[in-house]
Design a protein around this ligand. Structure first.
Ligand code: SAM
Length: 417
């Protein structure tokens, strides 16, 4: 696990607080406990990370006073807002670059010279960022990067933060009044959601994106960078075994429905070049996504509204990732039926979604579920819910392949009855 454990962090009780002789025993006991946890965490695999984070988070919460809890929950939007300001100023990148320098840190004067922001303002921003663990303060007027700062320089961070701040946060703020006004129903009307209240529009998010290029590009980049190919369906699904040797080059092999700007089509072609797996690879999405689509050799970028009849008939794979969760059940059934109508007995529908467990759903999946509710009257559905929907339209679930145990991301192999 690449984190502060490997980078000489300040994650000890005694280095964070000044000491008195009476405190020494308590501090050394605390430091030993933290050392043990650091050791355990550094040995944990990817899927063990979430339970460790949850256990430690609960431990922290158990120490809070009521006011601490209110400050933490009430202040969450401030975290997003100040972190975004820091990204805009390039603070995380500058501090991470400075790690290689002689002091490993930057003074306020140096940061002011590099960013053009006033040193007095930078002190206030950085002090807040230090209080939420995104930078470390090393002296009265110097700061250095830590694990959180390094995370904030990852490709996914900038687009993800902008997507949350400019597109998700307004609907989060609109949600309480929306639910109150609509009588606390489990939403199924995609035309009347917290999103519509927040943005005072009658357009759904994907139609609205057409006139909002900045919001759309934050979303597209976030989708592309959130998950690397090593943690995707291609790492678990037996693609080659499912495709007959004789599959003709002019027959559709892989249709990516609602495939955004084509990152997954590119990954598919990268892993299975045409000389290894012949057949057409086709991206389908709305016009504004296709206008921004990657020009990947061997991938056909096409405009198609997936609620209309599927024009590509008899493909081997119809693949949909993170598409159904954007829709209420009645639209899910319509999309399933439009796709089924194009399938032959040889076809496989691959549905790639977060499938939360019945008990103990983690933060990521639970938060996505509420985000889907607020924006689309959509949902993250359990396997039971999926089986119910397949049964209603005449499909069968052959097998669910989990490729990310921590986030319950899975691909379902679904076929005609
Ligand atoms: C949550 S994104 C998922 C994108 C991509 N599958 C991925 O996992 O990165 C949903 C995609 O569905 C597309 N979409 C929404 N409504 C659509 C429609 N009616 N027809 C075709 N594509 C649509 C959006 O433009 C967006 O690219």
């Amino acid at each position: 696990m690449a984190n502060d454990l490997e980078h000489g962090s300040q994650l000890t009780f005694s280095s964070t607080y000044s000491t008195t002789i009476q405190d020494t025993y308590q501090q050394s006991t605390m430091d030993a406990a933290i050392e043990n946890i650091k050791q355990l965490a550094s040995e944990a695999g990817h899927s063990a990370r979430q339970p460790i984070i949850l256990a430690l988070t609960k431990l922290i919460y158990s120490l809070e006073t009521p006011d601490d809890t209110v400050q933490r929950i009430g202040g969450l939007p401030l975290q997003t807002s100040v972190a975004l300001t820091a990204v805009d100023l390039g603070l995380f990148r500058l501090l991470v670059e400075a790690e290689a320098g002689s002091t490993g840190s930057l003074t306020l004067a140096e940061l002011a010279a590099k960013t053009g922001a006033e040193a007095a303002l930078l002190l206030r921003l950085l002090r807040y960022l230090a209080s939420i663990g995104l930078v470390d303060q090393v002296s009265k007027d110097a700061f250095k990067a830590n694990h959180g700062s390094r995370n904030m320089t990852a490709k996914v961070a900038e687009s993800g933060l902008r997507h949350y701040f400019y597109t998700c946060c307004p609907e989060y703020f609109a949600l309480p009044d929306h639910l109150k006004r609509t009588g606390y129903k489990n939403a199924n009307d995609e035309t009347q959601t917290a999103w519509h209240d927040a943005f005072k529009t009658d357009k759904g998010p994907f139609t609205w994106f057409a006139d909002k290029p900045d919001n759309m590009s934050y979303f597209n980049d976030y989708m592309a960078f959130r998950r690397g190919p090593e943690l995707g369906w291609l790492s678990v699904y037996p693609v080659r075994e499912q495709v007959p040797e004789s599959w003709p080059a002019d027959r559709p092999l892989y249709v990516n429905i609602g495939g955004n700007i084509g990152h997954q089509c590119a990954e598919f072609r990268d892993k299975f070049p045409a000389d290894v797996l012949p057949g057409r690879v086709i991206l389908q999405d709305l016009p504004h996504s296709i206008a921004a689509a990657l020009a990947t050799p061997g991938v056909e970028n096409t405009v198609h509204d997936f609620f209309k009849p599927q024009p590509v008939r008899g493909a081997k794979f119809y693949f949909l990732r993170g598409v159904f969760h954007n829709h209420p059940d009645h639209k899910v059934k319509l999309l399933l039926k439009q796709t089924m109508d194009a399938m032959t007995e040889e076809s496989i529908m691959l549905i790639d979604e977060i499938i939360p467990p019945a008990i103990g759903t983690g933060l990521d999946a639970a938060a996505h579920d509420i985000t889907m509710l607020a924006a689309f009257a959509g949902a993250e559905r359990s396997e039971e819910q999926w089986k119910g929907l397949f049964g209603e339209v005449g499909l069968r679930l052959v097998r669910t392949y989990v490729y990310n145990e921590a986030s319950y991301e899975s691909v379902m192999d679904v076929r005609l009855l």
